[in-house]
Design a protein around this ligand. Structure first.
Ligand code: NAP
Ligand code: GLV
Length: 318
């Protein structure tokens, strides 16, 4: 697609507290040179806005945007956009499905899984105590890894883990076929998938169906000493139960990028647990240089009266 043939009319509103406006503006203008791109702090008349590129916009953000034709979620998870009271009805919501985002996520997941597979938390602790604490390495195929969510991000991560020689299983709503990954589908299979995971990796969207899906009972199904990795959303997990099971040793170690409340409050016990690695919700981010093309393409499609790509299904909420 070339921006030289842009026919997009109307202005685009940008809102994100994490992403750099000028970088996104530059990347979008390279695709659509004529596009009127406005930062949320200087929107002007909301009735001028035809497109919104947003990450977690505040309540009321869409008020008065009577000509809105497209909302682009500046990320993969759309949980902060669905079912909002301030959305004009029927406006299509798209999300980013950027291969570079999937690669960045796979990098984080590989790092976290290998850290557990190679017992690095054990060696880190031993080093702090000045101990030469030999632990014989396990063969990758003996380490069973389960990936919950086999979408744009989960499928890539599961494939990469299987390439490392791990026994990888995956879980999704609908049946899947992924080379090297033993795929399961549907709620009836979830408990078995969890019970057979030495490392459990959560890559599900947060929806009414998945909220709290990893409750205490399911976490208890993990084999004793298993590792837990959450790169999806904190509210998928009962965080109090997770904390308690990490303290008791039922769950051996965790790598957590997402939390029920973000930022994680300074008083939260997870901060001080030696078997927990915390990162501040950055396992993967949208990359302007690669994602701008799909955003521009959808703006042109909507302008031409066509349906955009990467639409979310409001019924499924992802
Ligand atoms: P996606 O392409 O929509 O894939 C979601 C996967 O979850 C699909 O395999 C889907 O099954 C499965 N799923 C959804 N509801 C289910 C249910 N009720 N039961 C079983 N499986 C279910 O999403 P994605 O792009 O891979 O992203 C996944 C999530 O990662 C996002 O929603 C976001 O919350 C999170 N994320 C986090 C970061 C970070 O930095 N920490 C960055 C990006 C994304 P089907 O395939 O059958 O539909
Ligand atoms: C980040 O969490 C995303 O959903 O893109």
């Amino acid at each position: 697609m070339s921006g030289k043939h842009s026919t997009a009319s109307g202005a685009l509103a940008f809102y994100s507290q994490l992403d750099d406006f000028e970088t996104w503006k530059h990347a979008l203008l390279a695709q659509l040179p004529g596009l009127d791109i406005r930062h949320s702090s200087a929107l002007g008349d909301p009735a001028d806005i035809h497109y919104a590129l947003v990450w977690k916009p505040p309540a009321g953000f869409f008020d008065g945007m009577l000509k809105l034709r497209l909302i682009v979620n500046l990320g993969a998870g759309v949980d902060s956009l669905v079912n909002r009271a301030d959305l004009p009805p029927g406006i299509p919501i798209t999300r980013l499905t950027d291969p570079q985002m999937a690669r960045m996520m796979a990098g984080y997941v590989l790092f976290a899984a290998l850290r557990h597979a190679r017992d690095i938390p054990h060696f880190e602790q031993a080093q702090r105590q000045g101990k030469w604490s030999y632990r014989h390495p396990r063969s990758p195929d003996e380490i069973r890894i389960a990936v919950l969510g086999l979408g744009q991000l989960g499928a890539v991560a599961a494939t990469e883990l299987s390439r490392l020689g791990h026994a990888v299983s995956g879980w999704s709503r609908s049946p899947k076929k992924i080379d090297g990954v033993h795929c399961h589908a549907g709620l009836a299979t979830l408990d078995t998938v969890i019970a057979n995971a030495d490392i459990l990796i959560v890559m599900l969207p947060l929806t009414p169906e998945t909220r709290g899906i990893l409750n205490r009972e399911r976490l208890l199904r993990l084999p004793r000493g298993a590792a837990f990795i959450n790169v999806a959303r904190g509210a998928l997990v009962d965080q109090a139960a997770l904390t308690e099971l990490l303290a008791s040793g039922h769950i051996g170690t965790a790598t957590l990028d997402v939390f029920e409340q973000e930022p994680l409050p300074a008083t939260d016990p997870l901060w001080r647990m030696p078997n927990v690695l915390i990162t501040p919700h950055l396992a993967s981010v949208a990359i302007p240089s690669s994602a701008a093309r799909q955003i521009a393409s959808n703006i042109l499609r909507v302008s031409a009266g066509q349906a955009p790509e990467n639409l979310i299904d409001p019924g499924k909420a992802y």
